[in-house]
Design a binder for this molecule. Structure first.
Ligand code: HEC
Length: 114
């Protein structure tokens, strides 16, 4: 009898804890970084890169790299150049999150038909 009571008490105490755990799992899921996508990349590119590299990659000055010509098999170079900058190109490492850089890469690929 005492055992059953203790068990019941333990179960009752555990129930709100489970609810709490479930709630924090939901919170963690919604705070998790978004999966990289070309659409997210288009938005980030438009606000951060287009002023130099042109709307939809249509660059208007040869002073800026034409991203329509960026080699599709050099993703590593893309990440490096964007993270650390290159000559007149500012470094974006501390500003653009890694998953956003992935998205911009996907966006460039989608415009270039990769
Ligand atoms: C202030 C103008 C400016 C902005 C804003 C800018 N870039 Fe650039 N970017 C440049 C210039 C200038 C170059 C050419 C660098 C060189 O080779 O001299 C360049 C080159 C590049 C290259 C080619 C690097 C290589 O390896 O040859 C990539 C890729 C690139 N930019 C991506 C981006 C992305 C992605 C963004 C937005 C997050 C961005 N840029 C924002 C000016 C800019």
């Amino acid at each position: 009898m005492t055992r059953a009571l203790i068990l019941a008490a333990a179960l009752t105490a555990a129930a709100p804890l489970q609810a709490q755990e479930a709630a924090s799992a939901v919170a963690a899921a919604s705070a998790a970084p978004a999966v990289p996508s070309a659409e997210a990349g288009r938005r980030a590119y438009t606000s951060t890169c287009a002023r130099c590299h042109g709307i939809n990659l249509a660059v208007t000055s040869s002073a800026y790299f034409d991203l329509r010509t960026f080699p599709k098999d050099e993703k590593e170079r893309f990440i490096q150049s964007v993270t650390n900058g290159k000559r007149q190109m500012p470094a974006w490492g501390g500003i653009v999150k890694p998953e956003t850089m992935e998205s911009i890469w996907l966006y460039i690929g989608s415009v270039n038909g990769w």
